[in-house]
Write a protein that binds this ligand. Structure first.
Ligand code: ZN
Length: 147
């Protein structure tokens, strides 16, 4: 016979580990920034690079972790791969949690605002040929990042 206590003990590890995997994935600063920058929309790696001021290789690494835990999904569009949140509704509780901790919502939401000045991605810079975007132009000066 399974008692209430037994049931609790047997259910807890699964429930807790599900949440723990989630918090592990979002708890890393770069991954948290990526999630907030994607927000409820979608973003390509070059947008995340330009918006967050983090090298593309590092972003790709963290996107891989986020995809592994199914927080982020990728979709190809032309030559670009756009990332979106599997559950965009997780943004609200993150913003809410920030507010509880004294962080103004606008501060966190500003990460997902587009267009971002100087970003070469097709969403921020639609006048560029969308088929060629996300390929850094040789003449383009280095980004001035402030992170
Ligand atoms: Zn952009």
């Amino acid at each position: 016979m399974i008692t209430f206590m037994d049931a609790n003990i047997s259910l807890e590890p699964v429930a807790i580990s599900t949440l723990s995997v989630f918090f592990d994935a979002i708890g890393q600063p770069t991954r948290l920034k990526i999630l907030l920058a994607i927000g409820k929309g979608e973003a390509c790696v070059c947008h995340l690079e330009s918006r967050l001021g983090i090298r593309q290789a590092v972003i790709s690494q963290h996107l891989m972790v986020l995809r592994d835990v199914q927080l982020v999904e990728a979709e190809r569009s032309g030559r670009n791969i756009f990332y979106h949140l599997t559950h965009p509704e997780i943004i609200e509780p993150i913003i809410r949690l920030g507010e509880i901790l004294g962080i103004p919502a606008e501060e966190l939401l500003s990460l997902s605002q587009k267009p971002f000045p100087g970003c070469p991605c097709p969403q921020c810079n639609p006048s560029e040929n969308p088929l060629l975007s996300c390929a850094r132009k040789p003449s383009e000066p280095n980004h001035t990042h402030s992170s």
